[in-house]
Ligand binder design. Structure first.
Ligand code: FES
Length: 274
């Protein structure tokens, strides 16, 4: 069993948990994910690793309580245990050689998976910036954590409550217009956000990495739900990713597939016995 050693509410939708999982913490790398279950009959929940502490043997995850299973997880408190915690899964992020300046663009809980990638780059001596987007100030996550190693932490909120009024892409476009040269952009957040980041970077041919964790279901390469077309080839986010070359991802097909089970998910959320 895997004990919850810290729990923090981040906003009205998301929470952060630090969970004891020494074997996972020892081996995991930026970009990888874990799968956990709450209870013997629990659904598998794939979550990208936000942070890890090899000495303490813990993994930090950030979760948005949007469906039945994530709401079950939200009910657990410090001292409680999750039934399964499997990982590290997926391919670690591959960092290209010769990077001088990289910017992460994150939306909502996407800040968590961007964090270990930018941190690893900063440790290699790459100059890193981050743009954190959220609907309102409460959805802007981990700004203080990023400040410990990022050159610039930019914030954008839809309503202008904090930082620039607009989206992460608004800030990214402004920086490009000002002549800031990024060797790579790492975009993680809702699929529509990643699609829009690619719309900004593609005309300049800026290599853009996206993480397709949001489309995973079982995380084992068997259910087929995370199928995605990248550069005309079929890939599985859980086996071949989660990171992909965003410039070549077929986002329209991906978004269409995401809508497949909306009705069933809503039904379970409304009718499941809690
Ligand atoms: Fe099921 Fe990848 S999540 S095959």
């Amino acid at each position: 069993m895997y004990k919850i050693v810290r729990k923090e509410t981040l906003n009205d939708a998301a929470f952060e948990m630090e969970i004891e999982a020494p074997m996972v913490a020892r081996k995991c790398e930026a970009g990888q994910f874990i799968i956990l279950r709450v209870g013997e009959d629990g659904e598998r929940i794939p979550l990208t690793i936000g942070d890890f502490d090899r000495e303490k043997g813990t993994i930090t995850i950030v979760v948005q309580a949007v469906g039945f299973s994530t709401k079950q997880l939200e009910k657990l408190e410090v001292g409680d245990e999750v039934t399964d915690f499997v990982g590290p899964l997926g391919r670690p992020t591959e960092f290209h050689d010769g990077l001088k300046r990289v910017v992460g663009v994150c939306g909502g809980i996407g800040a968590a998976p961007v964090y270990p990638q930018l941190k690893a780059l900063a440790e290699k001596g790459v100059k890193v910036d981050v743009i954190i987007g959220g609907r309102e100030a409460q959805y802007v996550l981990w700004a203080d954590k990023f400040k410990t190693f990022c050159d610039h932490v930019y914030i954008a909120t839809d309503n202008g409550e904090l930082g620039t009024k607009g989206f992460g892409t608004t800030v990214l476009q402004q920086l490009i217009d000002e002549g800031v040269k990024f060797d790579e952009v790492i975009a993680i957040g809702p699929v529509i956000m990643m699609k829009n980041v690619v719309k900004v970077t593609k005309p300049y041919n800026i290599p853009t990495s996206v993480s397709l964790n949001p489309i995973m279901v079982d995380g084992t390469g068997m259910c087929g739900c995370c199928r995605v077309t990248v550069d005309g080839q079929t890939k599985f986010a859980c086996v071949d990713g989660p990171d992909f070359d965003g410039l070549n991802v077929d986002f329209d097909e991906l978004m269409e597939r995401q809508r497949f089970f909306k009705k069933e998910e809503k039904y379970v959320d409304e009718h499941a016995d809690r």
